[in-house]
Design a protein around this ligand. Sequence first.
Ligand code: AMP
Length: 515
Amino acid sequence: MSKIIGIDLGTTNSCVAVIESGEPLVLPNSEGSRTTPSIVGFTESDERFVGQQAKRQAIVNPERTVYDIKRLIGQKFSSAMTNHLRKTLPFNIIEHTNGDSWVEVGGNTYSPQEISAMVLRKMKQTAEDYFGEEISEAVITVPAYFNDAQRQATKDAGTIAGLTVRRIINEPTAAALAYGYNKERDSTLVVFDLGGGTFDVSVVQLRGGVFEVIATCGDNHLGGEDFDRAILDFLLQRFKAETGIDVSEDKMALQRLKEAAENAKCELSTLTETNINLPFLAVDDQGPRHLSLGLSRAQLNDLVYDLVERLEDPCATALRDAGVSKNDVDDILLVGGMTRMPLVQEKVEEIFGKRPHKGVNPDEVVAVGASIQSGILGGEVREVILLDVTPMSLGIRVAGDRFSPIIQKNTTIPTRASKKFTTTETNQEIVSIDVLQGEVERASENKLLGMFHLTGIPPMEKGLPRIRVSFEIDADGIVKVTAMDEKTQTEQSIAVESYSGLSSDELQRAIERNK
Ligand code: AMP
């Protein structure tokens, strides 16, 4: 049987690992790196690069270099996230006919699924080079806070890349698996994951080889990119104050500033001072203008103070939902490159009252966990059982724009549940079912995952028909909803995954194009 690989498909970097002789092994790519930038570059002649080479061309070719695609996957064009990204990313984001966000490069359009597939294909190739045989199955990780559309889109990305996605698992769960693998001791663990685009915090219990995620919370709109943006805004202001030139519309200058901002941020994790030098950033009648300044860790900490404060609430919510006090927490596991920042580590210590665990590599731990899950599926790893939870409540809209949850957040998956509803008007023959995900009482403030109608209800007094709405979440966190009129046994259902995302034609076309 061929190997199942574990892939951490990150916002910024991706990583692939496998189980070899019972032990997880991170595989280096063809450039010798253990992580690969999740970046795709297209040249003028439509050649394609993925990874480090694409990253290198970002400055000279910003409009043809696609990064951060994970923030766009499964997002409607009208969403606040897309709106934000359209202002900050140098490449062109467009609205596809189904309302989703796609990208346009050199006259060609690509779904985020297809771009992600190009990154996945590189990870697949890395594993194939290592084993010298074709690899066709994978476990892929996603942020715990990914909604249904984003999970399905990630699965589609795998399909386009020529991979059967055996399981989608949550990144923090994967990290906990990596931490707890081969450990005997029972413990309560917090996984604190701050990556390039998202923040997740999960409380996980390890008991006798069973990994149970008991609560998870996070912020889909908080990550390293926001830190870079805060530094970039500061650099823009400083340059304008010194030269009077506003380069905020100059894509090449912005790309250089963005890279300098990120480098400075990373350097200030180990140094207390750094210099930012960008010669020839702009030209005016006085000739070329350069940006040159020093940035201290203290200054950086001031710039990102508000972002770091936002880490607190999700942690408190996760602990509360888990019914665990911070004193019950045995270890805090740091995941994601941003957790290397000293201010973030100080915040973690302040929130949980203890120092985080430093024994694992935050860039690799998620892929290692994914490989352990692959090992479980492939039968190479036996002794662990993984119980994951659904991160958000699921339910439907009822009269008065109220949200009626059917599956509560933090329920262990796979799961199913149902609830009975009725009509609000006499002789009502159709009910429309709006499937929602979220925690807000007012239905319209939650995320609409899909909608469908149940027809053919026999004419009756209002309040008499009995309509059973059932929700089912599979092990990948993907949702299926059924509505049944109990009298006529008429049934309608939707697999929510088919509602948003690629049509089967689009999926097929993308597969062909990426063969
Ligand atoms: P990830 O999504 O886990 O790959 O995290 C990537 C994010 O971590 C990016 O925003 C990086 O800039 C950031 N990062 C990586 N290394 C460091 C570091 N040494 N200090 C601060 N941030 C870092």
